[in-house]
Write a protein that binds this ligand. Structure first.
Ligand code: FPP
Length: 275
């Protein structure tokens, strides 16, 4: 089948130029993406909710509410584009340090989100996986998260991973403990463990590596997000604050990704397999 590879070099360059300070309805919204080279796995650090609200004289929690709208649009667009997996950073293990009212508002939003979205997500075949310490969440949220995972477990559409009470270093330590336990309790020789065994002990078990990491609000940090899975990801950092990020912005970030030359440590044109 002929792939839809009609994005010109000029369009790539324009998309790159526009990346810092994207506008809604930009021409890039019309970019035709190369269907054969869509990222299989996109991860997003949804940053800038607080600043979005502060600039409007609103409480930070209004930024998080607006952020949920952006999230809805991005999930729908990822689904429409047939992206295999989308992993979003919703709440880190460090986010508990925020003021109590902001944490409560985020927990409330989470509950409202799952109650209001689960029918549509499930109906669209989205499979939800929570990455992080679900046991450490307050009990109504814990139940809602477990219900969402159980209800959508058999779905075969978009794999939506929501990092909640998540820390990348904790995830690596958890994986190390899973393998150590297998060595001790099942007598597995530690030297026999493969990279695949380690990857199976991560929350992203069964998913491909992240191809594209998007971070909004211009910050150039990883913030303890997916340190293992991002090893060969392409980073696209945009100045747009998360609540202003939309379907067009997602397509634009994918267009930039498609313009990148991925070498996986090799050299251009080499036929060697990636790491
Ligand atoms: C970062 O912006 C954003 C967060 C810590 C929370 C992200 C949460 C949502 C988008 C909504 C809730 C998610 C779900 C799944 C319902 P920030 O507050 O650090 O912004 P700032 O850097 O401008 O202060």
């Amino acid at each position: 089948m002929k792939s839809d590879a009609s994005v010109s070099e000029g369009a790539w360059a324009a998309a790159r130029t526009r990346l810092f300070g994207m506008r809604k309805n930009s021409a890039a919204a019309e970019l035709t993406l190369d269907q054969a080279r869509l990222p299989r796995h996109i991860a997003i650090i949804m940053d800038g909710n607080g600043r979005w609200a502060t600039r409007r004289g609103l409480p930070r929690t209004a930024g998080h509410r607006a952020g949920v709208e952006a999230l809805r649009a991005v999930i729908r667009e990822s689904d429409r584009l047939h992206i295999g997996a989308l992993t979003i950073y919703a709440f880190s293990t460090e986010n508990w340090k925020r003021p109590g009212d902001e944490v409560s508002a985020l927990m409330g939003l989470l509950l409202t989100y799952f109650r209001s979205e689960i029918d549509e997500l499930d109906g669209n075949g989205v499979c939800i996986r929570i990455m992080g310490d679900v046991d450490g969440m307050p009990s109504p949220q814990r139940e809602a998260l477990r219900d969402a995972m159980a209800r959508t477990a058999g779905n075969t559409g978009l794999k939506l991973n929501i990092a909640l009470n998540y820390g990348g270093r904790d995830e690596l330590l958890r994986a190390a403990k899973i393998l150590a336990r297998r060595a001790v309790e099942e007598g597995v020789d530690p030297d026999s463990f493969t990279r695949g065994d380690f990857e199976d002990a991560l929350y992203t078990r069964g998913l491909p590596d992240v191809d594209l990491l998007i971070r909004t609000s211009g910050e150039m940090r990883l913030s303890n997000f997916l340190p293992y899975q991002l090893a060969y990801a392409e980073f696209v950092v945009v100045d747009t604050l998360w609540p202003d990020f939309d379907a067009a912005a997602l397509r634009e970030a994918i267009a930039v990704y498609q313009g990148r030359d991925r070498r996986f440590g090799g050299v251009k044109g080499s036929k060697e397999k990636k790491a």
